[in-house]
Design a binder for this molecule. Structure first.
Ligand SMILES: [Zn+2]
Ligand SMILES: [Zn+2]
Length: 129
């Protein structure tokens, strides 16, 4: 696998610092440098990071989060996302694939599974009425 380039590292670092998913434009706004200034560069970096399992896409938000696992490698986690503050927690549960397989049936070729759970985290729930 090719080494991560400077831009890939910058994008990854930016995502790691954020507790909430960021769109490609959010990322661009916070990393903009001479070398990294076009959306296509951010998308390219995200694609590379996603293929390594270092970054995940949150489908419904069209945004990205850094993987909270330590290991590299492709995996498809689910997410618990707070609607108020955007805090996102990654989780993995092997049963999800089994449930999806069963639901889709044998005559359906699954190419992706996304499980995103929305609600409010404890601090937001305590703060809100
Ligand atoms: Zn992950
Ligand atoms: Zn919250």
């Amino acid at each position: 696998m090719p080494e991560l380039g400077r831009n890939d590292e910058r994008v990854l670092t930016t995502l790691k610092k954020s507790s909430r998913p960021m769109s490609a434009y959010d990322i661009l706004d916070s990393v903009r440098t001479e070398a990294l200034k076009a959306p296509v560069q951010v998308y390219r970096a995200l694609q590379k990071l996603e293929r390594r399992g270092l970054v995940h896409r949150v489908e419904a938000l069209n945004a990205f989060v850094a993987c909270s696992d330590r290991h590299e490698g492709l995996h498809r986690p689910g997410f618990v996302i707070c609607r108020d503050c955007g805090t996102t927690r990654e989780f993995k549960d092997a049963r999800v694939a089994g449930i999806a397989r069963k639901a889709a049936g044998e005559d359906f070729a699954i190419d992706s599974i996304s499980l995103e759970i929305y609600g409010r985290c404890a601090p937001c729930e305590a703060a809100g009425g």
